[in-house]
Design a protein around this ligand. Structure first.
Ligand SMILES: NC(=O)c1ccc[n+]([C@@H]2O[C@H](COP(=O)([O-])OP(=O)(O)OC[C@H]3O[C@@H](n4cnc5c(N)ncnc54)[C@H](O)[C@@H]3O)[C@@H](O)[C@H]2O)c1
Length: 372
């Protein structure tokens, strides 16, 4: 007699009712997962168990009229992970991204999260992933601020005014208890103004909008970079304040002097080792061009910085085996490239909440498997 399998479908509305927008809780859950990363109680894809995921990028040209073509931020991505500890669950985030989607009334990227029993492999839940992903992304900078920012940080500058940047600000604002002002920089001033207004009202702080990268960066005690690739973001060491925390959730560069004189803390050096190796397999003229932190990889390759194997991960700082901020003057850069462990871990927390609250629809996979 085969076994019946059912799983829970959770729409965006269900996910929100289950607490997906609870930034404070998500920051605590992620801190817990950072500890699991530090001790190694997790698995991600690939031979070294540390891959961010597999990207499907379209070709630059195609003889097939329906085939999508390559464009900035155009991709599909599969991101599997197992998260250990009390979670003990496997899962994956799967998404597609198309930069013109907002013109169609859709988010740039559309995401789903699937959870599976790590032992039987049965599906546990299929969930709308946009809110899960954006809150989990925003809360990583929140954990970063908890452990790496100056306690008296008053101004947060956000580069980019899309949903990911807004989520990063919410994660940061949840932890930066002395925050007095948000400065938002976007290529589109109306977007910057809208985000500055919404966030300043929500967190009862001052809000300012600008299109000047320099103006925004100079103002920030915390600088959060989470923009798309429409125009490259290039910062200067001299713009960054003493004691500032610069967080890269999206792509961007700073001049080399910055990295030669600041401390870099990584979300997970083991994943960046994999990224680094992947770059080394590319032809020389394509290496270290695209991706978060690739400029640091290049400096490592050129011998200007110690190798990634000697880098510091935030989980190690949290567990006390590495040092984070040592004084109020040092500039710290936190690289947060994103990992599927956040989607699976935060998704699992929401799945558990949803079960308790009776949310979602139960879907049947089978009464008994036809092919067992
Ligand atoms: N690290 C992670 O975990 C993670 C997770 C999700 C998304 N992301 C990244 O976050 C980024 C933003 O995502 P989104 O969904 O909010 O994108 P989006 O396209 O909705 O918004 C991005 C904003 O950035 C602005 N922008 C682009 N170039 C700029 C520049 N040079 N200066 C100022 N503003 C600029 C655009 O005008 C736009 O308003 C993406 O690059 C994405 O890859 C990272």
């Amino acid at each position: 007699m085969g076994k019946k399998t059912e799983f829970l479908y959770l729409s965006e509305e269900d996910i929100i009712k289950a607490g997906a927008l609870d930034y404070a809780r998500c920051i605590d859950v992620e801190e817990e997962i950072f500890r699991l990363l530090s001790v190694g109680d997790y698995v991600m894809g690939g031979d070294k168990h540390n891959s961010h995921g597999i990207m499907m990028k379209f070709p630059k040209e195609s003889p097939f009229p329906n085939m999508p073509l390559d464009a900035p931020d155009r991709r599909f991505m599969a991101m599997p992970a197992y998260v250990g500890g009390r979670f003990n669950v496997a899962g994956q985030k799967w998404y597609g991204s198309n930069i013109i989607n907002p013109q169609r009334g859709l988010p740039r990227s559309i995401l789903m999260v699937m959870l599976n029993d790590a032992d039987t492999c049965e599906p546990l839940a299929l969930m709308s992933g946009n809110v899960i992903s954006s809150v989990r992304t925003g809360c990583v900078p929140g954990v970063g601020v908890r452990h790496l920012a100056r306690k008296d940080a008053q101004v947060c500058s956000c580069i980019g005014a899309g949903p990911v940047s807004a989520a990063c600000f919410e994660g940061i604002a949840t932890e930066a208890k002395k925050l007095k002002e948000i400065v938002v920089c976007d290529l589109v001033i109306e977007k910057a103004e809208k985000m500055a207004k919404e966030m300043s009202e929500k967190y009862n702080i001052k809000g300012r909008a600008t299109t000047s990268l320099e103006e925004a960066v100079r103002a920030g005690d915390i600088v959060s970079v989470a923009a798309s690739s429409v125009k490259p973001i290039e910062l200067k060491n001299e713009w960054l304040k003493k004691g500032s925390l610069l967080i890269f959730t999206g792509r961007g560069k700073v001049d080399e002097e910055y990295f030669l004189t600041s401390k870099v803390i990584w979300d997970n050096t083991k994943m960046h080792e994999v990224y680094y190796d992947e770059h080394m397999m590319l032809p020389e003229n394509e290496r270290f061009i695209n991706g978060i932190g690739v400029q640091i990889y290049r400096m490592m390759f050129e011998g200007k910085l110690p190798p990634i194997t000697e880098g510091i991960s935030l989980g190690d700082v949290i567990c006390g085996s590495a040092k984070g901020r040592e004084n109020d003057d040092e500039k710290i850069c936190f690289i947060a490239s994103g990992m599927p462990v956040w989607d699976v871990g935060w998704g699992y927390e929401l799945y558990e909440n949803a079960k308790k609250a009776g949310l979602g629809q139960t879907l049947k996979l089978w009464d008994e498997p036809y092919l067992a």
